[in-house]
Design a protein around this ligand. Structure first.
Ligand SMILES: *Cc1c(COP(=O)(O)O)cnc(C)c1O
Length: 403
């Protein structure tokens, strides 16, 4: 494998040594077809107009960049702005990508989409877009996640999607992705696989990033208008990494802007207790580069290379691999990654609720907790944009049980 990696380092879909396209023969042609359709869409004025129209009128963009005055005063450090992706239709940033890929499915003449979902947010976004565009929609979801996110299962069904429970493996996101890929291979002629994060084989990590990068384009303009300067720090939670890269991408060339991705530290550093793939400096063990579900990246695995089980209080963050572009940004030191515990995320969710009147998704609460843990290294002159990736409605059972 190492020679393949070496020779392919500069191929499209590579982020340094990471990324690539490690798939069975049957998926090579559909991935090429998707890549071609996506490349064409980039310069297709009609596609871009439709995409912009749906982002605005269906999803509710642009989202505000809100100054969090009471949180700023409470923490006593940097000025903090929240990018309010939680205000989007269906409650999280996932809708940006779902709209983009839904339009691509239409463009490719595919009347059926399959999707996987962890927390259910991507399933709900996909089901909503499918209904809006008149596409058939099948969503695969681990049965463990179905139990944790019952409300989202009802929403998907209300929207006309078929929700298929996956009972294999850890019965979470990784297993749902396996099933969605199996369905895609079988039905590829009429089906598009609407992958929900910057994961999987090329072109998904690049394409999903591009669809999500509207977050950073808006935020950059908004912060310049409000503060007449660039932020010093960006914070975002990292599951697969789509909301984080969506915010980061437009700032990558601004070397004064520090970027911090916050992973799920769960219950501790031992393998199986967390989902931190890049925070090894903090003692989170078990991540090494490898191939999972089509891409080469950091993966939580056992000594002998079995995919490890993960734990997070947040269903959207407990995936064993991380998007390959994040692996590359971490290796280069362009972005930093740290993990916070389940309990720190819960405390941060309560703090944001009480200071700002915003109940965040558990995933987004990790980003807030990450900012709080980093306060000693920040000053009052610093300017933070924190991506509030989603709202907390889906997590109310967990909040009321544990807080
Ligand atoms: C799915 C989800 C995430 C994690 O996914 P990324 O691809 O890492 O962004 C984060 N926040 C919310 C609200 C989500 O629904």
């Amino acid at each position: 494998m190492s020679s393949t990696l070496h020779s392919a380092t500069f191929a499209p879909g590579r982020f340094g040594p990471y990324g690539g396209r490690y798939v069975p023969e049957t998926l090579v042609v559909p991935l090429f077809e998707l890549e071609r359709a996506y490349e064409a869409a980039k310069t297709d004025a009609r596609f871009q107009t439709e995409f912009a129209d749906l982002l605005k009128n269906f999803a509710g963009r642009p989202t505000p960049l809100q100054f969090a005055s009471r949180l700023t005063a409470h923490l006593g450090g940097p000025r903090i702005y929240l990018k309010r992706e939680d205000l989007l239709h269906t409650g999280a940033h996932k809708i940006n990508n779902a709209i983009g890929q839904g339009l691509l499915a239409v463009k490719m003449g595919k009347p059926r989409i399959v999707a996987e979902t962890g927390a259910g947010q991507h399933g709900v976004a996909s089901a909503s877009v499918a209904a809006h565009l008149g596409l058939e929609c099948v969503v695969y979801m681990g049965t463990e996640d179905m139990a944790r996110q019952a409300l989202n299962v009802s929403r998907m069904r209300m929207l006309g999607a078929q929700v298929v429970g996956v009972d294999s493996g850890s019965r979470t996101l990784k297993d749902a992705i396996n099933e969605a890929m199996r369905d895609w291979v079988t039905n590829v002629r009429n089906t598009h696989y609407l992958l929900g994060s910057v994961l999987g084989a090329h072109p998904y990590p690049t394409m999903v990033r591009d669809f999500q990068s509207v977050i950073g384009r808006e935020a950059r303009e908004q912060v310049l208008a409000a503060e007449k300067r660039l932020p010093t720090h960006l914070f975002a939670c990292v599951g697969g990494g789509s909301n984080a890269i969506g915010l980061f991408h437009q700032f990558l060339g601004d070397l004064s802007v520090k970027m911090v991705g916050i992973e799920a530290g769960g219950r501790g550093g031992q393998l199986g207790e967390h989902a931190a793939r890049l925070a090894s400096a903090q003692g989170f063990t078990g991540a090494r580069p490898g191939v999972l579900q089509g891409t080469y990246t950091y993966i939580l695995q056992t000594e002998d290379g079995q995919i490890a089980t993960t734990h997070s209080i947040s269903a959207g963050l407990d995936y064993p691999a991380i998007g390959p572009e994040h692996a590359w940004l971490a290796d280069q030191g362009r972005a930093e990654y740290a993990a916070v515990s389940d309990s720190a995320a819960l405390d941060a969710a309560r703090l944001l609720s009480r200071t700002e009147g915003i109940i965040p998704a558990l995933e987004s609460a990790h980003a807030i907790a990450g900012l709080i843990e980093r306060l000693p290294r920040l000053s009052a002159n610093d300017l933070v944009i924190l991506n509030l990736s989603g709202r907390g409605d889906k997590d109310m059972d967990t909040y009321s049980r544990l807080l």
